[in-house]
Design a protein around this ligand. Structure first.
Ligand code: D0W
Ligand code: ZN
Length: 611
């Protein structure tokens, strides 16, 4: 009994803990406002003084986080009877790299900042058009545009190689040091390595095996799609694409082959049927970025969700600034003062960007709905929830029926071919994305747990095994191709996008049921459904105040608390049948790899002297 502190002492602990949490709640929100404002200032106006101010605020915020982490871990919070306090302290004691010593933390922040800089500043020589132009091509828009639109294998290969060579080698040594420091911080925080630290927001020791099981459930559908697309690409590009092999990464319409929607014109089975891309119609109707944002806002208010606050319209950056340099990746921002919420997006008038706006605005809806929660609970139930809501909405927005309801598509036909076309277009985005999202953190977790040898070879082994994709040119350990994907140098975990892919179909199914949609899931559009909006508002308002499995049970109206690929597979069921018929008659499903494939990135490459 001596081990159990006397009730009075425990009471003392409770008072101390709730006192600490009240102060932390106020101070953390104030610190968040400061560091978010400074980071926004830099992202929307890239200058050295704005960078310095951002780094200063980050350092202050980290010092505050470190002091708070020490206090939180010193309280024996595990025994506090009040569940809300206990949960807040549990989250607080797990997050951040607060246990790292000052100089190490400063070095780590500097490294991540430097890696983001290398990525943002990379410029290459033009790979098309007249020679002798300035070597000032960027990833966005020049190189991504070539990957999306060119059908010239030589030009595609030059664009793919130029980008990977421009960012990989300079990032590699920085990334090696980053791995050491991230692992050191994780171990000081009580984790085995930085991978386990990144997985901790899911609070689930079985997470890795669940993720592998989910991927195993969807990979047969992916292999069917891969086989069908390979046949179409072989028809178009000839022997550049072997009929039983992996696909060369530069022919798939995207710098990372993470989405193949840009080559839909090469693969869609019934080209004479309605193409699902309404970009031309948006241009014809004189859409502007502002009107695209208003259209997205109206989607959310039609569900009974909140309009964007006036500050949002006053301070958001909706287009690439002309008079200064900005970080042009789309992003949504919560300034933690229950007033300022913004989106920064270099919007172009395309259907793609209209979808991305819905995705970013869903982040803002989440911020708005959990604003009343204590600061620590103002986050997604888990990071995937924050991503899944936006993409679940997107599954309604892309339907021909929704595009017709907002006047961007007329005389749609709901026949078999149109549905297969539509499902294939969505699959080129969603089904294709799954193996890529799976590989990114499988690779990164393995680097954290097993080390930095052969990082590039292991990247391509995973890409070939799960995605059936190979590099267009030979690669060696002098390259660092994972660095070509923003989230790797930016220290942004990627599992959230894999889990979101499964979760968004579970959420879509539940919202469609709440909206009383009678038909198959892929024709459902929850637009204007107050019932769907009420369910969504309930989920968003919970933030991280409850374990995410409880939130998932709320979202599915009691159906389940587990991640489940069934809704995704059900959504694509008509396409899966169609693909099996197509492939049974014509081709190999899956890919064989010859040693000429593995020779493209084999381990024999001499390791860099002294690296
Ligand atoms: C201050 C801050 O950072 N805020 C967070 C939001 C928050 O956490 O509160 C935020 O704005 N993150 C930016 C990030 C941007 C995008 C992205 O990086 N997408 C991934 C994966 C993907 C791919 C296809 C797809 O349909 C959806 C996602 C990629 O492009 O690989 C780029 C365009 C879309 C989403 C985002 O919005 O998730
Ligand atoms: Zn997002």
């Amino acid at each position: 009994l001596a081990l159990v502190p006397a009730p009075r002492a425990q009471l003392q602990q409770d008072i101390e803990a709730s006192q600490f949490l009240r102060e932390y709640d106020r101070e953390a929100a104030a610190m968040c406002f400061r560091v978010t404002s400074a980071t926004w200032g830099f992202s929307t106006n890239v200058t050295e003084s704005n960078r310095r101010r951002m780094l200063e605020e980050q350092a202050l915020n980290w010092k505050f986080g470190r002091v708070s982490w020490r206090k939180a871990t010193s309280l024996s919070w595990a025994r506090i009877p009040d569940a809300t306090s206990r949960r807040q302290l549990q989250i607080l004691s797990q997050e951040g790299r607060n246990a790292l010593a000052d100089d190490r933390f400063a070095e780590l922040m500097q490294l991540i900042g430097d890696m983001k800089d290398v990525y943002a500043r990379a410029r290459v020589c033009p790979v098309s058009g007249v020679q002798g132009q300035a070597c000032d091509w960027r990833l966005e828009p020049e190189l991504s545009r070539v990957l999306a639109r060119s059908r010239d294998p030589g030009e595609l290969q030059r664009a793919w190689t130029a980008w990977h060579d421009a960012v990989g080698p300079p990032l590699r040594p920085k990334f090696v040091r980053y791995v050491q420091l991230a692992n050191e911080a994780a171990r000081l925080n009580g984790f085995r390595d930085a991978g386990e630290h990144m997985r901790s927001p899911y609070d689930d020791p079985e997470l890795e095996s669940e993720v592998t099981t989910l991927w195993a459930q969807v990979s047969p559908l992916y292999r069917q799609l891969h086989s069908y697309v390979r046949r179409q690409l072989h028809r178009h590009y000839g022997d550049l694409v072997r009929e039983d092999g992996p696909l060369p990464a530069h022919l798939l319409g995207n710098m990372w082959a993470q989405s193949w929607k840009n080559i839909a014109d090469l693969v869609v089975p019934f080209p004479d049927k309605q193409a699902a891309d309404v970009t031309p119609e948006m241009l014809r109707q004189g859409y502007t970025p502002l009107r695209m944002f208003q259209t997205a806002e109206e989607f959310f208010t039609s569900l009974g969700l909140k309009p964007m606050p006036v500050e949002f319209w006053r301070h958001s950056v909706l287009e690439r600034p002309v008079d200064r340099e900005a970080v042009c990746r789309a992003s949504a921002w919560d300034f933690c003062n229950r007033k300022d919420y913004r989106i920064k997006q270099c919007t172009e008038v395309t259907m793609d960007d209209l979808l991305t706006i819905h995705h970013e605005m869903a982040h803002i809806q989440y911020y708005l709905h959990y604003a009343e929660q204590p600061y620590i609970f103002r986050r997604g139930a888990n990071p995937a929830f924050h991503e899944a809501v936006g993409d679940a909405i997107g599954l309604s927005v892309t339907t021909p029926r929704h595009l017709q309801r907002i006047g961007l598509l007329n005389n749609i036909t709901d026949d078999y071919e149109t549905n297969i076309n539509y499902l294939l277009t969505v699959a080129l985005d969603k089904v294709v994305y799954l193996p890529f999202a799976y590989v990114v953190d499988q690779w990164r977790w393995r680097v954290f747990s097993e080390g930095v040898e052969n990082m590039n070879g292991r990247w391509w082994e995973l890409r070939m095994r799960h995605q059936g994709v190979i590099p267009p040119v030979p690669r060696s350990e002098r390259d660092f191709d994972p660095g070509a994907k923003y989230h790797v140098p930016a220290d942004t975990p990627y599992l959230r996008y894999f889990v979101s892919l499964v979760l968004q179909f579970q959420i879509h199914e539940a919202l469609c049921r709440a909206a009383g949609h009678p038909g198959p899931m892929h024709t459902c559009d929850i637009y204007r459904s107050r019932e769907a909006g009420r369910l969504l508002a309930e989920v968003l308002s919970l933030g991280a105040s409850r374990p995410w499995r409880d939130v998932l049970r709320v979202a599915t109206q009691g159906a389940t608390d587990r991640l489940d690929a069934r809704p995704l597979l059900e959504f694509f069921q008509p396409l899966a049948l169609w693909l099996r018929v197509q492939n049974r008659e014509r081709g190999v499903v899956g890919w064989t790899t010859t040693n000429q494939d593995t020779a493209l990135f084999a381990r024999w490459a001499r390791p860099l002297a002294g690296c």
